[in-house]
Design a protein around this ligand. Structure first.
Ligand code: FEO
Length: 135
């Protein structure tokens, strides 16, 4: 059973954002599966790298959209992105070095972040972007 079961109501009705959110959920689920299977450091590290790269590129895309249309909540939203990046960087480094395992607790943080962020601050920008013709 996947850690994150994608449901249609997760969509915020901005298709490039929704497509990437689904991709993020898939990668978090892939990492969860690898952890449950007891995959080795190199496999887990490779999935973590892909998850981090995808997340950073997703944040860049959202921030570019917000800047392009003058979204008033840009600064707060960007700060939330930075917080996640700052949390994940040392985790990624430690996993790569074999000094830290991806545990149930790490997966719990990722799942909670995913739900809270996409259904909170991301969802808030949906109607604004829709009004600008982005959907
Ligand atoms: Fe979808 Fe703000 O990250």
């Amino acid at each position: 059973m996947p850690l994150i079961n994608w449901i249609d109501s997760y969509n915020i009705n901005v298709s490039p954002v929704d497509t990437q959110h689904r991709g993020l959920a898939d990668l978090i689920n892939e990492l969860h599966d690898a952890m449950l299977k007891g995959a080795g450091t190199s496999v887990i590290g490779e999935v973590v790298d892909r998850l981090v790269d995808y997340t950073v590129s997703h944040f860049d895309m959202e921030e570019e959209l917000m800047r392009r249309y003058g979204y008033p909540g840009y600064d707060d939203h960007k700060r939330e992105h930075e917080k996640l990046v700052q949390w994940v960087a040392p985790v990624q480094q430690a996993v790569r070095a074999g000094k830290r395992q991806v545990t149930v607790d790490v997966m719990k943080v990722l799942k909670e972040w995913f739900i809270n962020h996409t259904q909170g601050i991301d969802r808030k920008m949906g109607p604004f972007l829709n009004d600008k013709g982005v959907c």
